[in-house]
Ligand binder design. Structure first.
Ligand SMILES: Nc1ncnc2c1ncn2[C@@H]1O[C@H](COP(=O)(O)OP(=O)(O)OP(=O)(O)O)[C@@H](O)[C@H]1O
Ligand SMILES: [Mg+2]
Length: 353
């Protein structure tokens, strides 16, 4: 027996390939999403036969592999076919102008200077119509404008358009003109079961770390936590944290206590992250006091009470509070057009967010 066998030397690291634990990393083989990927491939296949593809609506909770599965397919398309893959994250790229510019960037079209959105849509359509395209709009519920999608649906002949979101009810938020032209198939990504969660995280760990950093029991602590939360991303985060704690303690393996520390850190972080600023707390109070009001009405009440927050910021805060589970929103369509009614999650106190 040696007291020093498990001590990490200064130059040693437990990590072989850090990228394999990155959230954006796309593994060579994406386990347990074979059926979903086959379904998506069926929608795209007509494009390889010079026909129009099917459009698809993908939904599912956070961290269940929606983005990873689709990016995997886009990479495959790029390597194996002539189909042009386009991926837009609507959280970062949320307006018509930004979207069309991003598409230009991805397809390598450089003549964008001083051109208006409409002109660029025409240029892009011409280029895409020489071949066929798969256009993915991820986190599509974050879009502020849907005009580009409408134009692309109209102007591109051979395409598959894929919309991805956490929000199962998003379809009812899409402009009627877009919806009736898209004709979307629906595909749900259900959370992974315990065994699947374990095997996905195990594979990522095997790529990323030196052998035997975790014993089975310790590893399962993390995997089971990720399973409980239904989120692979949390599992990857915990693995990274626990390994860092082990390295900081100069240990060659991750002990149970390091994992517990990582889990505690995650919980603390969540509390901090979830801390609401004073304005957000006021907004929740405002919604409580004004049941049945839509976002615009609430914004007017809020600004007339003295806090001149821009509408866009107000809107984003409502959406953030909805994501945290503090507020609920519901789309309605009345005589005055569409409106988003905001409600309160009565089951929770403000301090719980
Ligand atoms: N089957 C899988 N095999 C390997 N890694 C996976 C698998 N499924 C998910 N992951 C990994 O889990 C993390 C979260 O997956 P992803 O980003 O695709 O989730 P998502 O469903 O798009 O979540 P969100 O709705 O929050 O965008 C990523 O790092 C991804 O690589
Ligand atoms: Mg995603």
């Amino acid at each position: 027996m040696s007291l020093f066998k498990d001590v990490l030397k200064d130059s040693e690291s437990l990590i072989i390939d850090e990228i394999a634990l990155d959230f954006e990393y796309i593994p060579k083989i994406l386990k347990h999403r074979e059926n979903e990927q086959k379904y998506v491939a069926e929608c795209i296949k007509p494009l390889l036969q010079e026909r129009n593809g099917k459009n698809l609506f993908i939904f599912g909770k956070s961290g269940v592999g929606k983005t990873a599965a689709i990016k995997w397919i886009l990479r495959d398309l790029e390597n194996e076919t002539d189909v042009i893959p386009v991926y837009i994250n609507c959280w970062k790229t949320e307006t018509n102008y930004k979207i069309i510019n991003e598409i230009c960037r991805q397809i390598g079209y450089k003549y964008v200077l001083n051109k208006k959105t409409d002109e660029l849509i025409r240029d892009v359509s011409k280029i895409l119509n020489k071949k066929s395209a798969v256009l993915v709009f991820d986190e599509v519920d974050k879009l502020i404008e849907q005009g580009v999608i409408y134009s692309l649906v109209e102007d591109i002949y051979k395409k598959t358009i894929i919309l991805i979101t956490n929000n199962k009810d998003f379809l009812s938020h899409i402009d009627q003109r877009v919806r009736s032209r898209l004709i979307l198939e629906s595909l749900e990504f259900k959370p992974y079961n315990k065994e699947e969660t374990r095997s996905i995280l195990k594979e990522r760990t095997d790529y990323a770390l030196v052998k035997d950093v975790f014993d089975d029991a310790s590893f399962n602590l993390i995997a089971d936590r990720a399973f409980e939360l239904g989120d692979i991303r949390t599992g990857l985060h915990l693995i990274r944290e626990a390994v860092m704690i082990a390295e900081n303690n100069s240990c060659k393996n991750v002990k149970k206590e390091f994992i517990e520390e990582a889990i505690k850190k995650l919980d603390d972080f969540k509390v901090k992250d979830n801390d609401l600023d004073a304005r957000e707390k006021l907004m929740i109070e405002l919604v409580k006091l004004n049941p049945g009001k839509n976002i615009k009405e609430l914004h007017t009440i809020f600004t007339t009470s003295g806090d001149e927050i821009p509408y866009r910021t107000f809107f984003e805060k409502i959406k953030k509070l909805e994501k945290k589970g503090a507020l609920t929103t519901k789309e309605t369509e009345g005589t005055a057009g569409k409106a988003t009614i905001v409600g309160c999650n009565e089951n929770k106190k403000i301090d719980e967010f």
